[in-house]
Design a protein around this ligand. Structure first.
Ligand code: BTN
Length: 245
């Protein structure tokens, strides 16, 4: 990952630029980075605060082999990102599907966007890592963190973080493409912030009521398995969002 690479001082969204570049024929592994984004996007239509100039905004173009199942690709990206960041923050955890948390606060987020060209998936994997930012605006003050906030001294540069994260991502993606999520489940579940905890689940992609449950673990296809608090049978959460109760 990273050849070729484009770096921009400012973009709307690195995912949008990578999508346009992919449509123009950019190869597998091409990378877009930016110092700042004016329209950074998160999952479920949320915004990603991207004005700092001190954090990492990255999008990679992936061209998996024709016919590859990519439903759990974002989980594999989470595994790689967490493993890369573990050099500095070994206690970093994954919140299903693929947020990276430190002590319950969000350090990094992932936004995967795919389309099919015939039988071939064309994927843009975007991730943001809070690196140098010390202060977060509004509600993020409570819910977000950064390498600077966690480490105080000896904060790595954005390029050092990228240089650590890209090979870790490649290793996680190689294992995922060879064996599916089942092949990396053992690298996800022990670091999952939700397993064994009481959670609130939105089964309707961010629009419906939240249901109380206990997170049990992950299925071989990456679905989150939860036991509803009302005593019903275990359920699979395949999309939407989950919070610690
Ligand atoms: C989330 O947690 O909801 C996902 C956040 C993803 C943010 C990254 S920053 C680089 C890339 N470009 C975007 O517009 N979004 C992703």
């Amino acid at each position: 990952l990273g050849r070729p690479r484009e770096h921009w001082a400012e973009l709307g969204s690195t995912n949008d630029r990578a999508t346009a570049w992919a449509r123009a024929g950019a190869p597998h592994g091409a990378l877009v980075t930016a110092d700042a984004q004016t329209a950074g996007r998160g999952r479920l239509g949320r915004a990603w605060a991207s004005e700092s100039g001190e954090d990492l905004y990255v999008s990679a173009i992936l061209r998996p082999a024709p016919g590859k199942a990519i439903g759990a690709l974002g989980l594999a990206v989470g595994v790689g990102l967490r493993e890369g960041l573990a050099r500095w923050l070994p206690a970093a955890q994954l919140k299903w599907p693929n947020d990276v948390l430190v002590a319950g606060r969000k350090l990094a987020g992932i936004l995967c966007e795919a389309r099919w060209v015939g039988t071939s998936p064309e994927v843009v994997v975007g991730f943001g890592v809070n690196v140098g930012r010390a202060l977060f605006p509004g509600p993020l003050a409570q819910s977000a963190t950064s390498l600077r906030r966690e480490l105080e001294a000896a904060v790595p540069s954005r390029e050092e973080v990228l240089a650590q994260v890209l090979p870790a991502l490649e290793r996680a993606l190689d294992a995922f493409f060879a064996g599916g999520f089942a092949a990396i489940r053992g690298r996800y579940e022990p670091h999952c912030a939700l397993v064994g905890r009481a959670v609130l689940v939105d089964m309707s992609n961010g629009t419906g009521p939240k249901e109380q449950a206990t997170a049990l673990g992950l299925a071989d296809d990456g679905a989150l398995l939860v036991a509803p608090a009302d005593g019903g049978p275990p359920r699979r959460v395949e999309s939407g969002d989950v919070w610690l109760a």
